[in-house]
Write a protein that binds this ligand. Structure first.
Ligand code: NDP
Ligand code: 8X3
Length: 259
């Protein structure tokens, strides 16, 4: 029997890349997100290419009853989850605290913190009996705050706290918890943060090579395939041009850039 990996937010970016890596290595999948067309396309692609079973669940992680109904479908169909990747999340806006949009704050807290909690709480009964592995996608923004990052950073600090708590609370069940904290990565993240402003989104990554979704996917896969007694608790991953959530450099500014 193949292991079952549930990936939230598999319609783009890290989640899609993570689904692809696990499928290529023979894992069955449950892929989730709100964009049904993309989920369906990914399901067809992974099943045809890799011969694995893919369940698609279309739901909004912010909606408790949608989460419960969707996971119940999985419970009845497959009955277990071996690996949960809590990846669905977003930033919305980039403003000082006195000028931020309160709707943006609600969206980020509801998705990145409450959504992650709803999914985790609902999935755990499908994991506890056999043990398993939870990955929480945090961020360098959850390690160090940056200007205008306020609420997004706070949600990722919360993910960090929840990862630490889960690791303690789930010890009796042999469930591993790995917090993966990426720095700047070129996905749809900035397009979403800047509400469809492609030029502004592209500018974030100009002048250097940011992380790619596959870098994070390969890292998650590596952590998931270590020996049963080994758990990587916490990982911070940046591209070579970034030191932390504040300091990064364009290629042209490097001391050896003209060599
Ligand atoms: P993308 O925008 O490419 O992907 C985000 C995914 O989250 C999409 O699949 C989206 O699916 C899903 N999602 C968002 N809101 C909801 C919701 N309410 N319900 C269900 N699914 C939702 O961005 P990334 O791949 O970059 O982001 C993935 C995670 O990585 C996020 O948690 C982000 O904070 C984190 N991160 C990103 C970094 C980066 O620089 N890119 C760096 C560090 C962390 P759909 O819209 O179909 O619902
Ligand atoms: C996403 C990376 O630097 O935009 O978490 O906060 S950053």
């Amino acid at each position: 029997m193949n292991k079952l990996v549930l990936v939230t937010g598999a319609t783009s970016g890290f989640g899609e890349a993570i689904a692809k890596v696990f499928a290529a290595n023979g894992y069955d999948l449950c892929i989730t997100g709100r964009r049904a067309d993309r989920l369906n396309q990914l399901k067809q692609e992974l099943e045809a290419k890799h011969g694995v079973h893919v369940t698609e669940l279309i739901f909004d992680v912010r909606d408790r009853s949608q989460v419960t109904d969707a996971i119940n479908i999985l419970k009845n169909k497959v009955g277990r989850v071996d690996i949960l990747v809590n990846n669905a999340g977003l930033a919305s806006g980039l403003s000082t605290i006195d000028e931020g949009e309160i709707d943006d704050w609600d969206l980020m807290v509801d998705t990145n913190v409450k959504g992650l909690l709803y999914v985790t709480r609902t999935v755990l009964p499908l994991m506890k009996e056999r043990g398993g592995h939870i990955f929480n996608i945090g961020s360098t923004a959850g390690k160090l705050v940056y200007k205008n990052g306020n609420v997004y950073c706070a949600t990722k600090f919360a993910v960090e706290a929840l990862s630490q708590s889960m690791r303690i609370d789930l010890l009796p069940y042999g469930i591993k918890v790995t917090a993966v904290n990426p720095g700047m990565a070129e996905t749809e993240f900035s397009l979403v943060r800047f509400k469809g402003d492609q030029e502004r989104a592209d500018n974030v990554y100009k002048g250097f090579m940011p992380l790619q979704a596959e870098d994070i996917a390969n890292t998650v896969y590596y952590c998931a395939t270590l020996p049963a007694h080994v758990c990587i608790n916490d990982l911070t991953i940046t591209c070579v041009n970034q030191a932390n959530g504040i300091y990064s450099i364009k290629d042209a500014e490097k001391v050896n850039s003209t060599k």
